[in-house]
Design a protein around this ligand. Structure first.
Ligand code: SF4
Length: 477
């Protein structure tokens, strides 16, 4: 009888080609995603006179630099010449290397970590890489997915393999029933607030427990997306029927007898009873509230009913120093209620919270209400934008005075020019809030789509549960 193994162990063991004494292993990579930022690796490959070794296992998408307005004009809609060059360079590198490319005008275009699952390229049991740290997202379908640097990406493009040290494993168990308006985003912000941004360094996180199993696939993708923000090498969730139903019929998912074979293998993947993790952390889902960040790190997050902490009360000197700097940058005072924080802008989108469920949640809050602040929605993919329009969600956003934009990374990293002006605060559904993430001097508060929509309606941080329990403005509905 074999020893009980974790989901991660099973994927790792079945992908190791050779191991060196000391722990380095050569791992086979099943799927590799590239985007505009992958030009360094393509350039290094070309310099050596090589081309992509397994073009059919490589998938490219334009997302980081694409404009979110004026998209009917294609690449010309990008005002910045460098952005236009980046988008064209990806197209050219894909043409030379015969790689599938979901370009700016392709109906399959979207944010790389949204379209991978959406097209069925992401599947349980696979090793998946991309030159982007939020590749951890794909682990929600039971894959081992992680971000790479440029030299690692070049190695993968050249060989479809990668030398890696075996990471440790951290199990995060979240049990209990979630309260109203408490989402995957709130779970993962609460985890990061608890263990810190270095809490999972060197580990692959497996999220487990009844609250995780109760999430939709979209909610699980949000949780795994932010595993990297806890320092994790990757985030994973055991695949189950929800995942198989999600994948069935998608463009790149197996079909016919191949589907039956794949399903039989996927069912063997979940962690065995008695399997050992290097560490385990637990969280009680019943205690969770909608969360948001007040500072400049995802660990500086609190329930919406909370108050800005006084750095003097923080025991850890590093945390204290960071909190002091964060308060100065965010222009906030200790003791202030989070709900007193004024909000100037809002952004709904990104690979964290740009999926259909996120758009529905925000629209449910905005229906019959108006945004008091400039705000926009950038759906996670072009296909999702079409789906939302078929459901009439875009009408709700437009009626609320919220811009309905095209798909891309947009104001998550703001590389396409969708920046937040210096000194202004943005309620953002993205994943990072460090200084300048959304533009020089921009102040970012991370939260769920429903919470961001509630902030739009009031112009300040608002407990969405209270907003939804109050009557709609007269004449609306
Ligand atoms: S949405 Fe943000 S985190 Fe996601 S791939 Fe784009 S820039 Fe990276």
């Amino acid at each position: 009888m074999t020893n009980p193994r974790t989901l991660f162990d099973k994927i790792w063991d079945s992908h190791v080609i050779v191991e060196k004494p000391g722990g380095d292993a050569l791992l086979h990579i099943d799927r590799n995603f590239v985007h505009e930022g992958s030009f360094h690796a393509f350039g290094a490959l070309a310099k050596e006179g090589r081309t992509v070794r397994k073009p059919r296992q490589t998938f490219a998408v334009a997302d980081h630099y694409v404009p979110t307005v004026g998209r009917e004009r294609g690449i010309d809609a990008a005002e910045d010449a460098d952005a236009r060059h980046m988008i064209r360079l990806l197209e050219e590198n894909c043409r030379v290397n015969n790689v599938a490319h979901f370009g700016i005008a392709d109906e399959r275009q979207g944010i790389v970590h949204v379209i991978g699952p959406e097209l069925g390229i992401t599947q349980p049991g696979l090793t998946i890489t991309c030159g982007d740290s939020h590749t951890s997202t794909h682990g929600a379908l039971g894959a081992y997915a992680f971000g790479t640097g440029a030299s690692q990406l070049k190695q993968i493009l050249a060989t479809q393999c990668l030398w890696l040290k075996r990471p440790k494993t951290l199990q995060v168990v979240v049990n209990g029933t979630l309260g109203p308006q408490v989402t995957g985003k709130d779970i993962v912000l609460a985890i990061i607030a608890k263990i810190g941004t270095a809490g999972a360094t060197g580990h692959v996180i497996e999220f487990a427990g009844s609250a995780i199993r109760g999430l939709t696939v979209e909610g699980r993708l949000t949780v795994c997306n932010m595993a990297i923000e806890a320092g994790g090498r990757a985030g994973m969730i055991a695949p189950d029927d929800a995942v198989y139903e999600y994948l069935h019929g998608r463009e790149y998912a197996p079909k016919g007898a191949d589907w039956d074979r794949a399903l039989a293998q996927w069912r063997t993947l979940p962690t065995d009873d008695g399997a050992r993790f290097d560490r385990t952390v637990t969280l009680d889902a019943t205690q969770l509230e909608p969360m948001l960040t007040w500072g400049t790190s995802p660990e500086e997050a609190l329930p919406v009913s909370g108050h800005i902490p006084d750095p003097k009360t923080l025991g850890d000197p590093n945390q204290r120093a960071h909190a002091l700097q964060a308060l100065a940058y965010m222009d906030l005072k200790p003791g202030m209620a989070l709900t007193d924080i004024r909000i100037d802008r809002a952004f709904i989108g990104s690979c964290t919270n740009g999926r259909i469920e996120d758009l529905r949640a925000a629209a449910a809050v905005l229906k019959g209400r108006k945004s008091m602040i400039p705000a926009w929605v950038s759906p996670g993919s072009t296909a999702l934008k079409a789906q939302a329009e078929a459901e009439g969600l875009h009408r709700i956003f437009l009626d609320a005075g919220v811009e309905w934009r095209a798909s891309g990374c947009s104001s998550c990293a703001a590389m396409n020019g969708d920046t937040v002006p210096a000194g202004l605060r943005c309620a953002s559904t993205s994943n990072r809030n460090f200084e300048g993430r959304q533009g020089k001097g921009a102040r970012t508060h991370l939260m769920s789509p429903a919470m961001a929509a509630a902030a739009m309606v009031t112009g300040h941080v608002t407990d969405v549960r209270k907003l939804l329990s109050s009557p709609l403005p007269q004449g609306e509905g």
